[in-house]
Design a protein around this ligand. Structure first.
Ligand code: PXP
Length: 399
């Protein structure tokens, strides 16, 4: 039951997630006994849907969804068409967003409502035929949505913990406590999906021996963060972590300051990515929420991008934070549509993570400082679990 989805974003960025739309439509077709049928969905804007509404329905205004059932009568080449096409839907994401606000629904719910409505039309339901038909269609829509729509289950990213700052504390005294290797194991036991460490050129926290030991002990996924410098590249190729994340690195900075400028060093970085791809080590690129940087990361062969959430986290007003959030959401959508796995991180804490975690395209969040800081007071296991609660439920559970 292939679901073909195309999008034309012309007037407004929106964050309806293609992955979830496809998943939902597949479940819908299965539930309706139409598992062998094909559906095309075009996501467009008010201007485009208004043209189609005028052309096919003589109505001079935009609408939310148009359904075009596949008609064999109108095809002279029946043999050329496999007999499984159900039809096409065109959805205006402009109207969907407005309706979501008007009805106080999430954009994901509104999109799924429109898809349900459209697919039922393709299947022969028609609320305009009679009031009985209207009642029947509405009841079916609600039944399907109640059964198939899950507000957050599709939006739940995983949590990778960066244990650099356990080593920062260790290095303060130059001894062996606290141990980042033990910390990594506790994080994994608490539910983290991966461990991240940044082997810096100046070795201010994580040491080479930590990376080699973690390679042996980490059971989930070891993500080695690094600058693209030859010495660290050689170590990474020797350690073979489960993935690497390329970041810009400056000796004077307290922490990674901005995303990697892929565009200005495309050739050099393409060579580095190629080296890692050849060694079967997938590469993630840490980039600002900038569509051109995302596209350049894809062009040089990266499999992942980690979108820098720092500006969103540091925003000094709600307005700026909203603007930064929009940039992250658009960048995540763009990356997802290019086929990249989308991660996010930097500066995330117990207050600002929920919103980022609700982005459908987000696969994993990389969080360090906030979790390690909280662990001083609550213990590491609880600090990780509290963050997982925020990611999964939007809030912390009270135990
Ligand atoms: N992602 C990247 C690429 C980073 O450089 C860092 C900081 O080491 C993080 C995530 C984690 O940031 P924070 O410690 O602010 O959670």
């Amino acid at each position: 039951m292939p679901v073909h989805i195309a999008s034309q974003y012309t007037t407004r960025h929106h964050h309806s997630n293609i992955k979830y739309i496809r998943q939902y439509t597949n479940s819908l077709l299965l539930e309706l006994g139409l598992a062998d049928r094909e559906v095309g969905i075009l996501l467009t804007d008010d201007q485009e849907i208004a043209k189609l509404n005028a052309k096919y329905r003589d109505k001079n205004s935009p609408t939310n969804v148009l359904a075009f059932p596949f008609s064999y009568e109108h095809s002279n080449e029946i043999a050329a068409f496999p007999h499984q096409q159900l039809g096409d839907l065109v959805i205006s994401t402009d109207t969907a967003s407005e309706e979501a606000i008007k009805y106080k629904q999430s954009i994901s719910y509104r999109m799924c409502w429109l898809i349900t409505h459209g697919v039922l039309h393709l299947h022969g339901y028609d609320h305009e035929r009679s009031s009985e038909d209207e009642r029947l269609m509405q009841a079916k829509e609600q039944e399907l949505l109640n059964k198939l729509f899950h507000e957050r289950s599709h939006t739940m990213p995983q949590l990778a913990i960066n244990v650099d700052h356990v080593s920062t504390l260790r290095q303060a005294r130059g001894g062996s406590e606290p141990d980042p290797i033990l910390a990594a194991s506790i994080c994994e036991l608490a539910g983290a999906s991966g461990i991240v460490v940044h082997l810096r050129e100046d070795r201010r926290h994580i040491q080479d021996s930590d990376v080699y030991l973690l390679r042996k002990t980490v059971k989930t996924k070891l993500n080695l963060e690094m600058g693209a410098n030859p010495e660290i590249i050689d170590i990474a190729l020797d350690v073979v972590p489960d993935m690497i994340t390329l970041v810009p690195e400056k000796r004077q900075e307290l922490t990674t300051e901005g995303g990697l400028d892929v565009i200005s060093q495309q050739k050099k970085l393409a060579k580095v990515v190629k080296k890692f791809n050849k060694a079967n080590i997938p590469v993630s690129i840490f980039v600002d929420p900038d569509l051109d940087q995302i596209r350049a990361s894809h062009d040089i062969g990266a499999k992942f991008v980690e979108i820098h959430t720092g500006r969103y986290c540091d925003a000094e007003s709600e307005e700026i934070q909203n603007q930064e959030f929009e940039l992250i959401a658009s960048a995540a959508d763009e990356a997802y549509q290019l086929g990249l796995v989308v991660n996010g991180g930097h500066g995330l804490d117990y207050h600002n993570t929920g919103r980022i975690a609700s982005l459908d395209a987000m696969e994993e969040l990389s969080i360090g400082h906030a979790v390690i800081s909280r662990a001083v007071f609550t213990g590491l296991e609880k600090a990780v679990k509290d963050m997982l609660d925020i990611i999964r439920h939007g809030t912390m559970q009270i135990y």
